[in-house]
Design a protein around this ligand. Structure first.
Ligand code: PEP
Ligand code: MN
Length: 338
């Protein structure tokens, strides 16, 4: 159940109402918007009488929300959620287009620092790089692990971009001190124990859509993180499995406007994993902006042919630079800035 409170409802009255509901066994999620405070009640609300709430002078509207993802839904939080990273160096959901770029994997000090400098110069706001890699084959490069995260920290210090890196299990978290955004990859989208642990972390979570997950399942996974206490979740459409092998995945761009309508969480697109081919990335990146994405995550490598992971889909630094010039113009058409 959702209670939309009257504009300028007095603070002590609201606090009293929240306490009362908590004493009755409900978890109350509070969202303070520009005009209204909204209370989301989680628990068995079937026995609650809506009329009692309507009679409360603090309450404007009472809504029974049938959506299973109450906290992620627009009904609970009509204003878009802004996720600010690195003291405002990057913002998702603030009306602009925010680009994350970098290699699939951190490979060496020279590689990551060079790419960091290049993508920053081109206008990327965050540096990506995997240190723990979820590889299909156990014999493939698994990432540098903690040493990779140290190299990311050094690149951050040298270049000044906030970091995004993938966490595969909660034991790895001790190495993520300098990482600004915790990525949960497609393969872990439904690792519910991991999602619950992220509730207690004071860092934004970039949640990628599972290989064969529906958009509703993506929102339910986001709901796990929100319900556990972390309100900063960024959703990422990265393509889903299809029947046709001509691209690595099928980029589901319909998911972007659908999610933008259904949830207040920022939505970004990863055209690199979606296509699996660097030459397709510019077209898909532009299409993602047209579909209303709040940002992009793009793989960039200084020498794609020698990349230890996902070289085929990695853009060269030069190609990325030219794409960023195009994207700035596309964003402008959408009335946004890059
Ligand atoms: C990645 O971003 O490097 C990655 C492994 O992506 P995904 O989880 O979408 O496959
Ligand atoms: Mn990759």
């Amino acid at each position: 159940m959702i209670l939309v409170l009257k504009p300028r409802a007095p603070q002590d009255g609201v606090d009293g109402l929240v306490k009362n509901l908590e004493n009755r066994g409900f978890t109350v999620h509070r969202s303070d918007g520009a005009c209204h405070t909204i209370l989301g009640l989680v628990g068995d609300t079937s026995a609650l009488n809506e009329e009692t709430f309507r009679a409360n002078p603090l309450v404007d509207t009472v809504m029974r929300v049938s959506s299973p993802y109450k906290l992620a839904s627009r009904a609970f939080h009509p204003d878009k959620t802004r996720v600010s990273v690195g003291q405002g160096k990057a913002v998702f959901g603030g009306g602009g287009v925010t680009v994350i770029a970098g290699p699939c994997s951190v490979e060496s000090p020279g590689q990551i620092t060079l790419i960091a400098g290049e993508v920053k110069r081109s206008g990327a706001r965050l540096l990506r790089g995997g240190a723990f890699k979820p590889r299909t084959s156990p014999y493939a490069f698994q990432g540098l692990g903690p040493a990779g995260l140290e190299l990311l920290s050094a690149a951050k210090k040298a270049v000044g971009l906030p970091l995004v890196s993938e966490l595969m299990n909660i034991q790895q978290l001790e190495h993520f001190g300098d990482v600004d955004v915790i990525q949960i990859g497609a393969r872990n989208m439904q690792n519910f124990d991991l999602l619950k642990e992220l509730g207690g972390i004071r860092k934004p979570v970039l949640l990628k859509r599972g290989l064969a997950s529906t958009v509703k399942e993506l929102l339910m996974s986001a709901e796990y993180v929100l319900a556990a206490g972390n309100s900063e979740v960024i959703l990422c459409e990265r393509g889903v499995r299809g029947f046709d092998q001509y691209t690595r995945n099928i980029l589901d761009l319909s998911a972007v406007p659908w999610l933008q309508r259904e949830t207040h969480l920022p939505v970004i697109v990863d055209p690199s994993h979606a296509s699996g081919a660097s030459w397709m990335v510019p077209a898909l990146a532009k299409a993602a902006l047209a579909a209303g994405a709040d940002g992009l995550m793009i793989e960039v490598h200084n020498d794609p042919e020698k990349a230890l992971c996902d070289g085929e889909q990695s853009m060269t630094c030069g190609a990325f630079d030219s794409l960023m010039g195009d994207l700035a113009r596309y964003a402008q058409v959408e009335g946004k800035t890059l």
